[in-house]
Each structure stands twice: as structure tokens, then as C-alpha cells.
Design a binder for this molecule. Structure first.
Ligand code: DGJ
Length: 756
């Protein structure tokens, strides 16, 4: 018997099984194969299954491909037993979601292969609050001969097609997680990674939505994987109008040998569903990540406002320069100083040094411990960057142990950012990393680590692994290292990074409460990147920094206010050269940080929604909103990309507040700098001044205009309908009530309940 139709957990508890189950009252066509000789209507290809093997008449993509001990690929796993448990089922080597016994419930269903003594256990855990179900499988070989797994996904789910569209989050370096939607057509669509990590090319998470679903309404299904390596997700529409969805380890170059008595456990898949559109779905995922994925010590905990040395310094710094940056950042209200790349011996550019972790004494003559102490003495926390999975050929480690690098004998190794990957399948390499990183952490008493990984893997081979097991063993090695370093130092805030968001996944989030979202710090592009990721991950996980403009990645100029307005919908940080800011800019940053601290809980843990700007003709405007848990405070960001002329009035529509309650809506005060107006400034002045002359340049350093501040008092019902905002500048008549957004302009509105 093959398990049918609806979710297993529902089958076990619901009286509706018969009504919900897939019917078979006729034959599905003349070429079909009947699973049961006695029942010609029993055709697997036309049925919704909970798991499916191979060679029994189901021609869809199977979640497994196993060369069984009988040397054949035909597999037919049938029900043997099940067990219901309170709580979740811990995993041996992989990270997984966790919840208290009264918050989640598990069911384990054991299937037995009909011809071989091999079992497959389907493990489900239901997380009630987050409305998420996790799934994984455990395959166990009890035959004398080994079996070979060529594919074993974590889950497979079938349902009738509802005109589904498939949404994926794709990109590359510095343009991660852009949302793409397409109608599901007959055939198979694959969302996968083959780079060795979950990748910036295709995030593992993807969604299926029914026709007409939008941000606030309609049925949407979400899938993700608690895994940081090569992933494989697919959606297939077959000839019987059935949709199969699966997700798990990528079968690409995968081959795992399972000897007698051994078992193989897949990573955990996560599924959720909402009838309240994409926002409803992301609320489920956000709650799940915040409460069931990130390490316990960091659940719900404030993330510090940090200063990072990378963009302002790259490799060019010494202790004096860093200390002056730290002093300035402290004055503006920042809480954590992060020393990025370039602090260790030989690391003056990206050609050398990875693998060696002794302090560069030219840069830190008194050692790193003393430097960290000075930072703490200023009243800031100290954080430090590592790239522990990598090695440069020009390093002492490589000279001593060339065999530590991933490479295949007889094949020239290819470089990525001038570096090779360390072989995490090798236990000696893992010990070396745990030891050297641990020593620096203890010496500096760091309370934050940025764990970087800056290249895709090539020549994937190890003397410590069978060829087809390399990719998975690498990730198991990584999890082993992370566990050994950070489970014993739970007070350290780990921010994972892989050239930005090349490894933004639930596996890393089990160790690192936040991820450096992207190397792109241009807020115009961050709208797409953070906006895309927000479908799957909460704001508390996204590192978002204010950087210098023009931006290093795009050469675009953007207002300081917009750089902040986008970054505050995440874990706020600053990554710009504070020494060259004008006094006016310094004071603006101080105000920004004070505002963030006041509303930090709402920004980091509030309920997040992406809202359309209702009346916009052009798709150049968007609104993000997050609301405090008690809904008394909402913060909305209004963002514009390209400015238009004479567009219709902008609307701020905030659904979900109490209709009869009264709210105060206020613009967060922000500054406009004189230089933004260039030559136009002469129209405002009684005398003509050179826009780039001494007087205006000096004025720009010390003075700024206050951007238009709006104040409204209105009912929740009015906000749900959409309040109309002041006009934007249209080329004529500047006054204090005109919103001067221009290209990439934005404003933040706070909406506070003042009476019921
Ligand atoms: C890539 C990261 O994404 C950057 O933020 C920075 O840490 C560099 N690596 C340092 O090499």
C-alpha cells in the first residue's frame, strides 16, 4: 500500500480522510500501469502520494533513486507502523528545528521495502504556533549487502493543480534573492544549487501560489530546507494535472553507500501554508525562524547596532585608524565594533594569508587582545571576522599542509578569489579550525563573529570521503565545526556570511542568528534583496548596513536617509568612513541610531509586510511595514526608486489595525542636504552662489533642511482604506509641505495608537 493524499498528520487525526482523499473510480488512460492486478483503477501516476518509489507505475520525479541490495532500482515502500511523540525528534549530525514538548508534536511512519529488508521512516513535526510542518526521511539498510543512494529527498508532496505559480528567489553575488514568478506549466521546474553551498544563485526556499494570490490574500504554499549545501527543489506538473513538490539534498554527483545496519538521515524540509497571501506565508516562516531555528540564547534578543570596518578600510588600516573609527562610531551610538578582513599575518590583500590566524603585528603592535580591550574600554563590544573554511596557497598552513586543501590528484585546482577550500571532510582540518578560531576568540573575548566563505567549490574530492559523498560530508564537517566552536560559547553572536548572501539558509541560521544579507549596500537594490528574502526569513536575520554613497557596487548616489530607511528593516549597522562625514551627517546618523534603538523590537521582531502603493501608475514605489506584537506601534517605510513628474497622490495604506482606534501618523524627521539640489539652489537664494563654491560647500557641512514632516490623526479604518500623503515636488513651488523624494527617496512613518 502506498500512503495517500493529504498530509499524514491530518490522516491520523481527521475524520475527513475519505472526503479529502484522491478518488479512483475509473482508469486514468490506456497506457497507465495498474499498481494492483485486482484493481485496474489503482494507478499511482494519477494519484496523490505521500512518498513514491520507482518502477511501480508512477512516472513523476521520484524523491528517491536507490540501488537496492538486490541490485535493482525498483522500490516499493509500504506502511509498516507509526508512532506519535510529543516534541521534536533530534537529529544526529544535522541541525534541525526545535520546540518545547507542548509546542510541537511528531509522527514517525515506518515504511518497509517489499523486496528487501530496508526501511524508510518518514518523520513529521508539526509546529503549531508557526503553522509549519517539518519533514525528513531516514533510510536504514538491514540487508547484508550495501545499497547505494543516488537520490534521497527530504519530502515529496502531491496535490491537484490549482493554476499554481511558482516563486523562486534568485540572483548572484551582490544581487541575491530577487523574486521571480512563473506559471507552472507541464513538465518539471528545478530550483537548485551545485556550488557546494545553498548559493546566491537560487535560495533553497520557494513558494507555490494559487491564481490571483497577492501579498494580502490567496492561498500560498511555502517550502524550505534546513541545509547549507547543494539543495534541490522541484515542482512538476504531470499529465494528470497533478503537482508534485519535493526538496532535499541535490542528487548532483551524489552517491552514498549504506552498509548493513547503517542509516542515512536527510536534512529537514519545512512546509507552510497561508490563505492570507504572501504576507501571511512569510509571517509563518518568520515566526518559525525566530522561535524554532535560531539558537535559543538569541531568540528574541536585541541585535546590536554595529560598525564594520570592511567598506571603509578594506585591507588598509592600522590600530590608530580603527580606534579613531571606533571612537566616532561610539559617539554616534553604535554598540559593537567589528574588525573585518585584513587583521592577520600576510593578509594585506586577498592573495595571501587565509589559513593563518596569527595577528599582524605591524597593524596591531600590542596584539589583538589589547586592541579588543581598548574597544571594550570605550564602551563598545568587540567582534571579529574569519574565513575559516579557506586557504591561500601563499600561507604558512598551505606550505605545511597542502593536503588540507580540497583538490583532486592529477587535476589542476581552480581558484576563486585567489583561494582554495579547506577539506572539511578531514578531521585534522576540522580540529585545526576549531583550535585556531577558538584561540582568537578567547584571546579577544569577542562577543561577535562574522564567519565568511567567499567562493564556490570546485575539484570536489577528498581522501577522507567517497567521491559521491564529498558535498554532504563537507557540510556535515562544517556543522561539526560550528557546533564545537559556538555551542560552547553561546554568548557569541554569530553572523554568517558568504560574499554576502551566498549561504542564507535555515541550516546556517541554526548556528548564526543573523546573516550578512548581501555585499550590495546600495539601498535601491537592497529593496529587491531584502524584500525577496523577507518572504522566507525575518528581519532579525538580515544584516543591513548604511554605507558610503556613491555606492561601491553601483556608483549610484542615494540619500543618507534612504540608506538608513532600508537598513533599519533589519539588523542595523554602519559600514562607511565616519572620518569624512560632515557634522550635519554625523548628527543625522546619531538621530537615526537613537530612533532605531527606540523602535528596535518592532524593527527586528515586529510583524513584517510588503505592501503595494495602491495608486501608483508606475511600479516605482513600495511600502514595507512592521508592527509591534501588540499592534500598538507600526512603522512604515515608503520607498521610491525613479522619481516621476506630476504623478498622482501617494497613498499610505496600512491594513490590519483596529478600525475604531485612533492612530497618530508622523514622519520620522530626516535631513535634506544643500548639495542634493546642485545648481537649483540659486532659485532659493537672494544672491547667486557657485553651487560648488566655498560658501555652499561650507554651508552643506553644517546645515541641512528638514525634509517635509507630515502629521495625521486618523482611525484604523482610514489607514486600511489608505490615507493620502502630501504632494511630491513636481518642478515648481518648493515649500515645507512638499515631499522632496527625488530618485531613491524615502520616508519612514510611525503609526502609534493613541486611543481605542
Ligand atoms: C566578503 C564579505 O561579504 C564582505 O562583507 C567582507 O567581509 C569581505 N568578504 C572580506 O574579505
Amino acid at each position: 500500500m502506498v500512503i495517500l493524499s493529504i498530509s499524514i498528520t491530518e490522516q491520523l487525526v481527521s475524520p475527513d480522510v475519505e472526503a479529502l482523499s484522491h478518488k479512483r473510480t475509473t482508469q486514468a488512460g490506456s497506457t497507465v500501469v495498474a499498481y494492483d492486478r485486482e484493481d485496474p483503477f489503482y494507478c499511482l501516476d494519477a494519484m496523490c502520494l505521500e512518498w513514491s518509489g520507482n518502477g511501480k507505475g508512477d512516472y513523476r520525479y521520484s524523491p528517491e533513486e536507490i540501488k537496492l541490495p538486490n541490485n535493482g532500482f525498483v522500490s516499493d515502500f509500504v506502511y509498516e507502523s507509526h508512532e506519535i511523540k510529543a516534541g521534536f525528534v533530534p537529529m544526529k549530525e544535522l541541525p534541525c528545528a526545535q520546540g518545547k514538548e507542548d509546542e510541537c508534536q511528531s509522527v514517525l511512519i515506518t515504511l518497509r521495502e517489499k523486496a528487501c529488508n530496508v526501511t524508510l521512516t518518514l518523520v513529521y513535526t508539526v509546529y503549531k504556533k508557526a503553522n509549519c510542518i517539518t519533514r525528513r526521511v531516514i533510510l536504514e539498510n538491514n540487508e547484508d549487502s550495501p545499497l547505494i543512494i543516488r537520490r534521497l529527498l527530504s519530502m515529496s508532496m502531491d496535490m491537484p493543480n490549482m493554476g499554481f505559480s511558482l516563486t523562486t528567489f534568485d540572483g548572484d553575488w551582490a544581487r541575491e534573492a530577487h523574486r521571480h514568478d512563473r506559471l507552472l506549466q507541464p513538465g518539471i521546474f528545478i530550483n537548485d544549487s551545485r556550488t557546494g553551498s545553498s548559493s546566491n544563485k537560487h535560495n533553497p526556499g520557494f513558494l507555490l501560489s494559487e491564481k490571483n494570490a497577492d501579498n494580502s490574500k490567496g492561498r500560498v504554499y511555502g517550502f524550505n530546507l534546513v541545509y547549507s549545501g547543494n539543495h534541490f527543489g522541484f515542482a512538476e506538473l504531470n499529465s494528470h494535472e497533478l503537482v508534485r513538490v519535493g526538496i532535499g539534498i541535490n542528487p548532483h554527483c551524489f552517491e552514498w553507500t549504506l552498509k548493513k545496519g547503517d542509516n542515512f538521515e536527510t536534512p529537514e524540509a519545512v512546509m507552510t501554508f497561508s490563505e492570507d497571501g504572501f504576507n501571511g506565508l512569510s509571517k509563518n516562516f518568520h515566526s518559525f525562524v525566530n522561535d524554532n531555528i535560531v539558537p535559543k540564547d538569541w531568540q528574541g534578543k536585541d541585535r546590536p547596532v554595529l560598525y564594520n570596518s570592511w567598506e571603509p578600510c578594506f585591507f588598509k588600516f592600522n590600530q590608530g585608524k580603527l580606534l579613531s573609527l571606533a571612537r566616532l562610531s561610539k559617539k554616534m551610538g553604535m554598540e559593537l565594533f567589528v574588525l573585518d578582513d585584513g587583521w592577520f599575518e600576510g593578509r594585506n590583500d586577498d592573495n595571501a594569508g587565509l589559513g593563518d590566524y596569527s595577528t599582524n603585528r605591524k597593524k596591531f603592535p600590542f596584539g589583538l587582545g589589547r586592541f579588543a580591550k581598548k574597544i571594550r574600554k570605550m564602551g563598545m563590544e568587540f567582534g571579529i571576522w574569519f574565513e575559516p573554511e579557506m586557504i591561500n596557497e601563499n600561507s604558512n598552513l598551505f606550505r605545511a599542509h597542502p593536503e588540507y586543501a580540497v583538490s583532486q590528484p592529477g587535476i589542476e585546482s581552480t581558484l576563486g578569489r585567489n583561494q582554495l577550500v579547506l577539506d572539511l571532510c578531514n578531521p585534522l582540518v576540522r580540529d585545526y579550525i576549531v583550535d585556531s578560531v577558538g584561540k582568537v576568540l578567547d584571546e579577544t573575548k569577542a562577543s561577535y563573529v562574522k564567519w565568511d566563505m567567499n567562493r564556490h567549490i570546485s575539484e570536489f574530492w577528498s581522501a577522507h570521503s567517497r567521491a559521491g559523498e564529498f558535498f554532504h560530508r563537507y557540510i556535515l564537517g562544517l556543522y561539526d565545526i560550528l557546533g564545537r566552536i559556538f555551542k560552547t560559547r553561546p554568548h557569541i553572536l554569530l553572523e554568517s556570511c558568504s560574499s554576502g548572501g551566498n549561504r542564507f539558509d535555515l541550516g546556517m541560521l541554526c548556528f548564526s542568528p543573523q546573516v550578512w544579507t548581501s555585499d550590495c549596500t546600495d539601498p535601491a537594490l537592497r529593496l529587491d534583496i531584502q524584500g525577496g528574502l523577507s518572504h522566507l526569513y525575518p528581519q532579525s536575520t538580515m544584516g543591513a548596513h548604511v554605507s558610503d554613497s556613491p555606492h561601491q557596487q553601483t556608483l549610484r548616489n542615494t540619500p543618507l536617509s534612504t540608506r538608513y530607511n532600508v537598513s533599519c528593516f533589519g539588523c542595523l549597522g554602519y559600514e562607511l568612513d565616519l572620518r569624512f562625514l560632515t557634522p550635519a551627517e554625523k548628527s543625522e546618523i546619531k538621530d537615526q541610531i537613537a530612533f532605531y534603538k527606540t523602535h528596535r523590537k518592532t524593527f527586528q521582531y515586529g510583524t513584517f509586510e510588503r505592501l503595494p502603493v495602491v495608486s501608483s501608475r508606475l511600479e516605482n514605489k513600495s511600502v514595507w511595514r512592521c508592527s509591534s506584537k501588540d499592534n500598538k506601534e507600526t512603522i512604515a517605510g515608503f520607498f521610491q526608486t525613479q522619481a516621476g513628474v506630476g504623478e498622482e497622490a501617494d497613498t499610505l495604506r496600512i491594513p490590519g489595525l483596529e478600525s475604531a482606534a485612533t492612530y497618530r501618523v508622523t514622519t520620522r524627521p530626516q535631513k535634506l542636504y544643500i548639495r542634493r539640489f546642485g545648481g537649483l539652489v540659486k532659485h532659493l537664494l537672494p544672491v547667486t552662489l557657485n553651487p560648488d563654491g566655498f560658501i555652499l560647500r561650507t554651508a552643506n557641512r553644517f546645515y541641512s533642511l528638514l525634509d517635509c514632516v507630515e502629521n495625521y490623526e486618523c482611525k484604523g479604518s482610514a489607514l486600511a482604506a489608505g490615507i493620502l500623503l502630501n504632494n511630491q515636488f513636481t518642478g515648481r513651488h518648493y515649500n515645507n509641505n512638499t515631499r522632496l523624494l527625488g530618485d531613491y527617496g524615502s520616508s519612514i512613518y510611525t503609526i502609534t495608537k493613541i486611543s481605542s
